[in-house]
Each structure stands twice: as structure tokens, then as C-alpha cells.
Unconditional design. Structure first.
Length: 133
């Protein structure tokens, strides 16, 4: 089966049906079959957060943030996980990354542009991927 379909069903079960345990196996299968998809790690991290498994959530979300360093959604979720884990220094770093991403998005809107790089990530004015590290 398609990993994206598994992730969609896992999200529906975890978020809308309030059944994170039911979505867990599907999300794990999706990540196993397509570990390069950041969204799989994001969904799995969110499910682990709902299940109270903060350490495992952080691991998955850190992987997602490496795969999609320009994703506001990933960094927002990782910030929440760091806060739940009481990892104040990591949370502060994530907050700074989010501020830079939000400023960048605001500058794109100011240009009237939906500029993205060839990798599908937000691009800066020179057309390079936004570096938030």
C-alpha cells in the first residue's frame, strides 16, 4: 500500500477519531516503507505526543526537521515536543528557527511571490533553499 495513504488514515484515526493507538501502526509502516518522507516522521511524532511518548516523539520530529528544515509545521510541532520534554535550550533554538521562517514567509508575501526552490522548499531571493540551521 501507498505510504501517503497510510499516513492519511493514521492522521484521521489519531486526530479526528481520537484513536492515536489505531494510527500508530499505520504511521510506523509508512515510515518503514518510505523513511525519506518527512511527513511520515511528522505524523508519527504527533501520534507519539498524543500517546505521551515524548522522547519517541522528539526523535521522529528531529528526523522530520532534518528532512524538511524549512517546514513551519515541523518546527512548531518539535517546539511543542521540546517544551513537553522540558528541554528549554532546544525549545529556545526552535523558537528562533520559527521566527526566521516566519520572517522569511512574510517577506515572500510582501513580494507577492510564492517562490519555492526546485526542491519544493521556500527559496530566498537568489533561488537557493532557505538555510535555518
Amino acid at each position: 500500500n501507498d505510504p501517503m495513504t497510510r499516513l492519511q488514515i493514521a492522521t484521521i484515526r489519531a486526530q479526528y477519531l481520537n484513536d492515536p493507538s489505531g494510527g500508530l501502526e499505520l504511521a510506523q509502516q509508512a515510515v518503514k516503507s518510505a523513511p525519506e518522507l518527512f511527513v511520515g516522521h511528522l505524523v508519527l511524532g504527533r501520534i507519539f505526543l498524543k500517546l505521551g511518548e515524548t522522547g519517541r516523539a522528539v526523535e521522529e520530529l528531529e528526523t522530520a526537521s532534518k528532512q524538511a528544515p524549512d517546514s513551519v509545521m515541523v518546527h512548531t510541532t518539535l517546539l511543542n515536543a521540546y517544551n513537553k520534554a522540558n528541554r528549554k535550550d532546544d525549545a529556545a533554538r526552535e523558537q528562533e528557527i520559527l521566527k526566521r521562517l516566519q520572517r522569511f514567509e512574510a517577506s515572500l508575501k510582501g513580494q507577492g511571490s510564492d517562490a519555492v526552490s526546485e526542491k519544493g522548499r521556500p527559496a530566498n531571493r537568489e533561488g537557493h533553499d532557505l538555510d535555518v540551521q
